[in-house]
Design a protein. Sequence first.
Length: 63
Amino acid sequence: MTKEIENSLVSRRNAMQAQVEHYFKTISDQVVTLARSTMVVDAIRVFLGAFASFPYAWRLNYL
């Protein structure tokens, strides 16, 4: 009985480990895809420029 419970827990742990690893692999792949996208890189540059031109006092009040 104890061995069956242990085997069940090990099986659940391994399944959860596989799910978590798959999740992080998916997120990693998405980050790489976005980082390689010229549209995303261009948009970030424009956003940074626009943010830098915002008045500092406004950012302090609303962020």
